[in-house]
Design a protein around this ligand. Structure first.
Ligand code: ADP
Length: 545
């Protein structure tokens, strides 16, 4: 090998904020605070507070490799923790507050967190768990001393930590391969599994986003609101990509319901927003009520679950908001593909264009795809063959954190990560997710895609939300059951819904029954929980069987 003669400078997370403070110093970070008001400052201001926080963390004894946990909404203090913790070589461990108590207890002790930073609104939750949390865990409440709620816990106030600290910093020499952040994925069975990101993987992932940046709202002089939480998979990489590009970062705090979100987006004239479909159902309902979109809203990025076609059409056709779908998983930092359209796709006839919008998009820079059959043999990317999707790349996990059992089954013999998703890929690289391996319905040896059935049912104007699960059948092994939530006041029968679907899907795909419920269960990340639904319907038998 002839080595290149270039400097070996590490790719590090704090270099992003250094760059943003210098080059995009006046781009803004705007946060809806749990205190009730709106906080505004710039990336240059953020850099100063991050420096002070980093000095404070060191004074608290945080050293290279230590894990520091956060339990917080999307706000400027959480953003500062991302950079201050990883900047000094420690690991920012974001905790999803919606996990079950036992899961939170498990991950805090598995991660061996030294400090827990928590938002005031999560104090009651932590007080309840305190006697089961490690005794040497320290608590910092993310507020000023005067806003500290009464508590029996021994806590520090975030703003007190910053007092008297220098607002400049020279970051330590970091190795780009050292860990920078940790996030546990809740999974569907067993304990949560930790994904430990490195500085290098974070930078590679960020570059992948920037390669399609303009199409997903990452531009200077534009604003972007992540509904995706900073407490889960790095808010899909936005806390790194937005400052690097100089995009204004608008953080909604706990204002995540349709009405709260509409009002905040409208006030701040947000151009782009990212989130899971559940959130967009809420926002769309609000947009219908107002008969308009929030002012300035141009583009919505939908990921985490399939974007149903009716949702895409409503955003695009009724409200003029461009929809971009993305796919990924915690183990991939998380973005694996983005459905950015360029001239060729934009020029397609309307129906074809809408159909292509249901694709999860093309692979992100730095991510490789393969689809395989049941024996691990590669399948062609011809848009027809489908099988399990496997990935590899510089921002893809190589092992779960301290979890040999989970790691053992996560990869194939060539070292590719198994995604648990079934997909087809067309010759131009567009990925179409058929289903998750656990959710697909196997009827008489053929596969029925729950995703496609749900999308078809959602086209009915009275269906607010729905899910399709497999139920046992003596002849066909499995058959689809549609579980639907109707719009308030609507009255639709099983037969009417089946007739509606009859025009949209193959006859043998038609659900054998439809059950109407008041609400569907969701996971800690706001996705439909098919696991909970399967449990709920474990005693269900199809009519006539
Ligand atoms: P979380 O921990 O946020 O639930 P996971 O990493 O467990 O995230 O979720 C990853 C899974 O979510 C993927 O493997 C896939 O099944 C599903 N998913 C993500 N984005 C999409 C999408 N655009 N369409 C369909 N499914 C998606």
């Amino acid at each position: 090998m002839l080595p290149g003669n270039m400097m070996d400078r590490p790719l590090t997370v704090p270099s992003i904020l250094d760059f943003a403070a210098e080059i995009h110093g006046d781009a803004r970070v705007i946060s809806a605070r749990v205190e009730g008001d709106v906080h505004r400052y710039s990336y240059a201001d953020a850099h100063k507070r991050v420096s002070r926080l980093a000095h404070a963390l060191r004074q608290l004894g945080i050293k290279d490799g230590d894990r520091v946990a956060t339990l917080a909404w999307n706000g400027y203090r959480h953003f500062e923790l991302y950079y201050a913790i990883s900047g000094i070589g420690a690991v920012c461990h974001t905790i999803n507050p919606r996990l079950f108590e036992d899961q939170i207890l498990y991950i805090v002790s598995h991660a061996e967190d030294r400090i827990l930073f928590l938002e005031t609104s999560f104090l009651p939750q932590v007080e309840k768990l305190a006697d089961r949390l490690p005794t040497d865990l320290r608590y910092v409440v993310m507020c000023a001393a005067e806003d500290l709620p009464e508590t029996a816990l021994d806590v520090l106030a975030f703003e007190d930590l910053l007092k008297g600290q220098l607002d400049t910093i020279i970051w330590p020499d970091l190795d780009e391969r050292q860990a920078s952040a940790l996030c546990y994925t809740s999974g569907t069975t067993g304990n949560p599994k930790g994904v430990l990101y490195s500085h290098r993987s974070t930078l590679i992932h960020t570059m992948g986003l920037l390669a399609v940046g303009q199409s997903i709202g990452l531009s200077p002089e534009r604003s972007l609101l992540p509904v995706v939480p900073l407490f889960h998979v790095n808010a899909w990489g936005l806390p790194f990509a937005a400052p690097l590009v100089g995009t204004d970062f608008i953080l909604p705090g706990a204002r995540l319901d349709g009405a709260g979100l509409f009002a905040f987006m409208d006030e701040e004239k947000v151009n782009t927003s990212w989130g899971v479909p559940t959130v967009w159902f809420g926002l769309l309902a609000e947009m219908r009520k107002h008969g308009r979109k929030p002012e300035g809203f141009e583009c919505v990025l939908v990921g985490g679950s399939a974007a149903p076609k009716p949702m895409i059409e409503e955003f695009e056709k009724d409200f003029g908001v461009t929809v971009v779908q993305a796919w990924g998983m915690s183990e991939m930092s998380p973005v694996g593909s983005v459905n950015s359209f360029y001239a060729r796709q934009r020029a397609l006839p309307e129906d074809d264009r809408m159909e292509l919008k249901t694709s999860q998009g093309r692979r992100a820079f730095g991510v490789d795809f393969k689809i395989v059959d049941g024996d691990g043999g590669r399948l062609p990317h011809d848009g027809v063959a489908f099988g399990e999707l496997l990935v590899r790349g510089g921002a893809v996990m190589s092992a779960y954190y301290n979890d040999e059992t989970a790691t053992a089954s996560a990869f194939d013999e060539e070292g590719w990560l198994k995604t648990g998703d079934v997909a087809r890929i067309d010759p131009e690289g567009f990925l179409f997710l058929v289903d998750r391996t656990k959710d697909v319905i196997k009827s008489g040896g053929e596969w029925i895609s729950s995703i496609d059935l749900e999308s078809a049912a959602l086209a009915h104007p009275d269906v607010a939300e729905c899910a399709v699960i497999a139920v046992p059948h003596p002849k066909w092994v499995e058959r689809p059951l549609l579980i639907a939530v109707l719009e308030g006041g609507a009255n639709v029968t099983t037969e009417e819904l089946k007739a509606f679907l009859g025009d949209r899907v193959a006859k043998w795909w038609l659900p054998d029954d439809v059950v109407f419920v008041d609400a569907l269960p969701h996971t800690a990340t706001g996705k439909l929980s098919k696991m909970a639904l399967r449990e709920q319907f474990s005693d269900y038998t199809l009519p006539g069987i």
